[in-house]
Design a protein around this ligand. Structure first.
Ligand code: GRF
Length: 202
């Protein structure tokens, strides 16, 4: 099934989806990668992987978020996209795009939602003193970082962790979680995947 990926920066989660799509039995292929930031390093990664890319710079639309989104929406449809994956896409979406793709747009967020929606999740998790932290893939609804949860991965918070060390531990899980969650959305009939061990941290 053709998917579209929206990025704003590094694109490492996009990279994980590219790698997953390379497997013959994976149910998605990437029809287009779109960035609101023309300088996103992820665009170059996508081009090198031979993918169709588009930079649709939000700055050329001034304050008109909906106009920016209409162009994104048209590009996704032109590419035949059926499901959209937000992968480090750093723009808030208006109801136009969330409603147009309701039930067909996924996001990955670096926390165990509903804890720590928004930015700076790793700093906030350390400040809160949580012993487990992680990442979530969810369907996108109008409210930021809400919407039905498709999958989560948890990691321990270790003494001495910094926001960077925690981010790196979680990013490794993000790269496993996103392809698995997308597969689950595209093939709901397949068995849900889970690792056998629960994480217990005292
Ligand atoms: C990831 O931590 C993701 O969870 C968040 O933004 C970051 C994007 O990283 N939404 P990358 O661009 O995929 O490397």
């Amino acid at each position: 099934r053709p998917i579209g990926i929206l990025i704003s920066g590094r694109g490492s989660n996009m990279g994980a989806l590219i790698a997953a799509c390379a497997a013959a039995d994976y149910p998605a292929r990437i029809a287009i990668v779109i960035s609101n930031n023309p300088d996103a390093p992820g665009l170059e990664t996508a081009r090198r992987a031979g993918l169709a890319t588009k930079a649709i710079d939000h700055r050329t639309f001034g304050r008109d978020r909906a106009a920016h989104e209409r162009v994104i929406d048209a590009a996704l449809r032109d590419a035949g996209v059926e499901v959209v994956c937000l992968a480090g896409y750093m723009r808030l979406l208006t109801p136009f795009l969330t409603q147009a793709w309701a039930g067909r747009m996924l996001n990955i967020h670096p926390s165990l939602l509903p804890s720590f929606p928004g930015l700076h999740t790793h700093e906030r998790a350390l400040e809160a003193g949580v012993r487990l932290h992680g990442c979530t893939v969810h369907l996108v609804t109008e409210e930021m970082d809400e919407g039905p949860i498709i999958g989560q991965a948890a990691v321990p918070v270790l003494s001495g962790d910094t926001p960077d060390s925690l981010a790196a531990r979680i990013l490794m899980q993000e790269h496993l979680l996103y392809p698995a969650a997308l597969r689950r959305v595209l093939m709901p009939e397949t068995q849900a995947e889970a690792t056998a061990d629960a994480l217990l941290c005292v």
